[in-house]
Design a protein around this ligand. Structure first.
Ligand SMILES: [Zn+2]
Length: 108
């Protein structure tokens, strides 16, 4: 794993995390809610958790490794979405398997 890429990914993750929190706080102000995370929607909360998990992987030195097959995730994939947990074959295999099961149901 390229150290430079890890540093860039870390910056990107922190920036995205801060933007999400700022948006949540802005929403909080308008709605007058006491809970800062109350204004965040489920998708954003999920993304925030993924960002947090990715930062944790960086700390542990396992960032960029696929959770399924332990191989390294492609650099350009991580540059685009640094919170990625799986390599492209693994996440693609999931989609393909899903499509295949649908196919089976249709023909049955
Ligand atoms: Zn994989």
């Amino acid at each position: 794993m390229n150290r430079n890429l890890v540093a860039q990914a870390r910056k990107q993750l922190l920036r995205r995390g801060r933007a999400l929190l700022r948006a949540a706080q802005a929403g909080t102000g308008a709605a007058g809610r006491a809970d800062a995370l109350g204004a965040i929607d489920e998708a954003e909360l999920n993304e925030l958790q993924e960002i947090h998990a990715a930062l944790e992987r960086i700390e542990r030195g396992i960032f960029g490794r696929c959770e399924e097959c332990q191989s390294e995730i492609a650099d350009e994939r991580l540059a685009r979405t640094p919170w990625q947990r799986q390599c492209s074959p693994c996440s693609g295999a999931e989609i393909a398997a899903d499509a295949e099961s649908r196919e089976t149901r249709v023909s049955a």
